[in-house]
Design a protein. Structure first.
Length: 153
């Protein structure tokens, strides 16, 4: 069962009233990065390729078609008895963009990232609402204790 937006808001910091939706909380853009070097995902570990900010310090990011790493401004804390899912806001899709993300495991705390696919040039303002976090009840054996725990906090 999915939780209410008010419940989700208790696990997002900071959060403004206009970010709270009936079924989740909108996350906002903090930074946009471009990956410049290859990464590696192997059986024995991973390496994230070097990334650079797009228009570092700008209030508006002008993005050409391609893939970008979108960093969220809010710190998320997934409760131990829940799992988080992040969905793009429909305005992204209506502007030929897609946001890909992974499951947010129980116990994760940090400022996450997503893959923004841009299919037609678009402008994104820093602080714009681009995704909605929802939480669902989940049974599990353990909580998240991976390498991204506490990222960017």
């Amino acid at each position: 069962m999915y939780e209410s937006g008010a419940f989700v808001a208790e696990h997002v910091d900071p959060v403004a009233d206009d970010q709270v939706q009936p079924n989740g909380v909108d996350l906002t853009v903090e930074a946009v990065l471009e990956q410049r070097e290859p990464g590696r995902i192997g059986r024995d570990g991973k390496t994230i390729g070097d990334r650079e900010p797009v228009d570092d310090g700008a209030e508006t990011f002008v993005l050409r078609p391609g893939g970008y790493v979108l960093q969220y401004a809010e710190t998320i804390s997934i409760p131990e008895d829940h799992v988080g899912f992040l969905y793009p806001r429909s305005s992204l899709m209506r502007n030929s963009c897609m946001l890909n993300t992974a499951v947010w495991d129980a116990g994760y705390t940090g400022k996450g990232e997503g893959l923004l696919e841009v299919h037609h040039e678009v402008e994104l303002e820093r602080g714009a609402r681009v995704a909605q976090l929802v939480l669902a009840d989940a049974e599990h054996a353990d909580t998240y204790d991976g390498s991204y725990q506490g990222e960017r906090t």
